[in-house]
Design a protein around this ligand. Structure first.
Ligand code: HEC
Length: 134
């Protein structure tokens, strides 16, 4: 079944390419991603989520000190307080919820609003602030 296998591979590839912002179910990314109110949640829960979903690209302490071959635009150092001070909480929230492309950044940064809850995203914003002390 050579043909079957290669079309499955194409399907996986397309799913990867289309993943940000593409979901069959109504998701947070479609229904809102509204950065209202206090956007800094529970950093401790954010740390758990970060280790699970983000550290592979951003590094465990947000420094982006990981080698990821496919990233033409690597993540910036999120422990750099001068850089993080230029980014409002609402920007961080939207970058996480809607993905890099939605905020004018690299599409390699996935949209997490399909997977994570509004509260999870707030917890991650709090965690990212810890990296830089901002
Ligand atoms: C597949 C790799 C990858 C994963 C996984 C990933 N990111 Fe990113 N992220 C990136 C890249 C690359 C950028 C930089 C985009 C640019 O500067 O154009 C980025 C940018 C960001 C930004 C924008 C602010 C900045 O640093 O310039 C935030 C916030 C962010 N990521 C948070 C997260 C969070 C939280 C997670 C986990 C839920 C996550 N990322 C998972 C690759 C990734």
């Amino acid at each position: 079944m050579k043909a079957g296998r290669s079309s499955a591979a194409v399907g996986v590839l397309l799913a990867c390419l289309a993943a940000p912002g593409f979901a069959a179910e109504p998701a947070l990314a479609d229904s809102g991603c509204v950065p209202a109110g206090q956007l800094r949640g529970d950093a401790a829960n954010g740390a758990v989520l970060h280790g699970k979903y983000c550290a592979e690209c951003h590094g465990a302490s947000g420094k982006g000190d990981v080698i990821v071959m496919h990233m033409d635009t690597p993540p910036k150092d999120q422990s750099d307080s001068a850089y993080l001070k230029t980014l409002p909480d609402a920007f961080l929230y939207l970058a996480i919820c809607q993905g890099g492309e939605a905020v004018g950044r690299s599409f390699i940064m996935p949209a997490w609003g399909d997977l994570l809850s509004d509260q999870d995203i707030r917890d991650l914003v709090a965690r990212i602030r810890e990296f830089s002390g901002t």
